[in-house]
Design a protein around this ligand. Structure first.
Ligand SMILES: Cc1cc2nc3c(=O)[nH]c(=O)nc-3n(C[C@H](O)[C@H](O)[C@H](O)COP(=O)(O)OP(=O)(O)OC[C@H]3O[C@@H](n4cnc5c(N)ncnc54)[C@H](O)[C@@H]3O)c2cc1C
Length: 421
């Protein structure tokens, strides 16, 4: 099995990971950056046939590619931790081990989906999921699309839908109008965000509203929206729905890092509870790409022992942290949303487990043992987060192997004696 040695390994090549890599390499460190996507950029700078990457994304990608101290490993699935300071990964063709002195976790966030009757019908996707499909070339000509859930991402998705030829027939937001009005009025403090918001427009925006059911025989034909107790049916061919972003925590938990408020806990140097592990970007809490970039730079400099440079980025981070706080306050999810997860609504679509089958369980492990919930193809990537939000279960601790792996990789792992830390 091929092995690599480096000063600093970075997991995740989104804005945070790219910024961390450049900061660490410019401080003289050898860096390896690993990501499960075929190309760097993470979620916001996801590449594809219908994508024109923004100049900032191109600059970061080019700078990373041109930096001789940075090696990029793409299409990588993290499998195991052979020693305290190494990681085993697989690609489509092979496997390898990276030995590192410091690790920076830049694992990003994923969308929170909440179950409701009909959410598994063809035509219903995550909001970011539909956006990713559009970036990969999907056209939506003659499609009637509802974008729903919560958060500023919905506006970006609605904009992508229009550019792909679709009609946005409604944008259904759970946050109340007065919270949105306060948020918009405070945007003068971040002029770029103000301009961005108004460039996206407010297409058929319905506030304090929730999709409670999706209808159709073989594919989506319409949805029911509840607002102030009144229900309305809207005909549509697609529903893109997501309730904001939640940090990806599995990798941090796997490496023994503590969490706080459902995010990786870090100090002002972006250092986690494990001395030689740092974290940056949305795995430390939702904040947008600007905050991810600032945190990535600090983590990269701090991991490289360059505290003086790290400090120069503190004010930039503070500015974008304030923006993140305003977003999180505005789009906080209401408890009433849980009512849509009726007992007969599917929770785990891989194993056909309904909400009513697990609602009485005490935690994720018990739910899995009793029902096979989360044991299908996606390994609970969607339903574990939904169940945790719905039922308040504790975070499950991930174990080796972190992802599905080929038998020969696991055999090789067992044969190779660990070289020690
Ligand atoms: C689906 C989705 C769509 C979004 N669309 C927009 C948008 O249109 N506009 C906008 O302003 N913001 C958008 N955001 C928010 C935006 O992505 C973030 O603000 C920003 O990208 C955060 O940067 P990051 O580096 O922290 O994480 P990310 O950009 O999420 O990058 C994390 C990277 O780490 C990889 N990764 C995670 N764990 C592992 C592992 N164990 N092994 C290997 N690789 C791993 C992920 O695949 C990903 O490539 C979106 C977020 C999501 C989840």
């Amino acid at each position: 099995m091929k092995t690599w040695q480096c000063d600093i390994a970075i997991i995740g090549a989104g804005p945070a990971g790219l910024a961390a890599a450049l900061a660490a390499a410019s401080s003289g460190k050898q860096v390896i950056i690993l990501d499960d996507n075929p190309r760097p950029g993470g979620q916001i700078w996801r590449d594809g046939p219908q994508v024109t990457l923004p100049p900032l994304a191109r600059r970061y990608r080019e700078a990373v590619a041109a930096q001789p101290r940075i090696e990029q490993l793409s299409g990588v699935r993290l499998v195991a931790r052979p020693t305290a300071r190494s990681l085993l990964f697989e690609t489509a063709e092979s496997a390898g081990v990276v030995y590192w002195k410091k690790l920076i976790l830049c694992c990003g966030a994923r969308e929170l989906s909440l179950p409701f009757p009909g959410w598994t019908l063809p035509g219903v996707t995550g909001a970011g999921g539909l956006q990713a499909q559009i970036k990969h070339g999907l056209r939506l000509d003659n499609e009637r699309v509802v974008v729903a859930g919560s958060g500023p991402l919905l506006l970006a998705v609605a904009d992508s839908v229009r550019r792909a030829g679709g009609e946005v027939v409604a944008l259904v937001e759970q946050a109340p109008f007065d919270a949105l009005a306060r948020f918009t009025a405070g945007l003068w403090r971040w002029p770029d965000k103000f301009r961005q918001l108004f460039s996206l427009g407010f297409p058929r925006y319905r506030t304090r509203s929730q999709v409670i059911a999706a209808h159709g025989e073989r594919a989506l034909s319409g949805i029911t929206v509840r607002r102030h107790g009144a229900e309305q049916r809207i005909d549509c061919t697609r529903l893109a729905i997501g309730y904001g972003l939640i940090p990806n925590l599995e990798t941090a938990l796997f490496f023994g890092c503590s969490t706080a408020h459902d995010a990786v806990a870090v100090n002002r140097w972006q250092n986690t509870s494990v001395t030689h592990i740092y974290a940056a970007g949305e795995c430390t809490g939702f904040g947008g790409s600007e905050l991810a970039l600032a945190e990535g730079k600090i983590a990269g400099y701090a991991a490289a022992g360059n505290a003086a440079q790290a400090k120069t980025v503190f004010s930039e981070r503070a500015r974008w942290q304030q923006f993140a706080n305003a977003v999180n306050r505005t789009f906080a999810l209401g408890e009433h949303l849980k009512a849509a997860a009726t007992p007969d609504a599917l929770l785990c679509r891989c194993e056909d487990v309904r909400c009513g089958d697990v609602a009485q369980e005490n935690d994720w492990r018990q739910a899995k043992l009793a029902t096979r919930c989360g044991m299908g193809a996606c390994q609970g990537r969607t339903c574990a987060a939904s169940a945790r939000w719905l039922y308040g279960w504790p975070l499950p601790q991930p174990r080796d192997p972190l992802s599905t792996a080929r038998v020969e990789t696991l055999c090789q792992l067992a044969q190779d004696a660990p070289p020690g830390d």
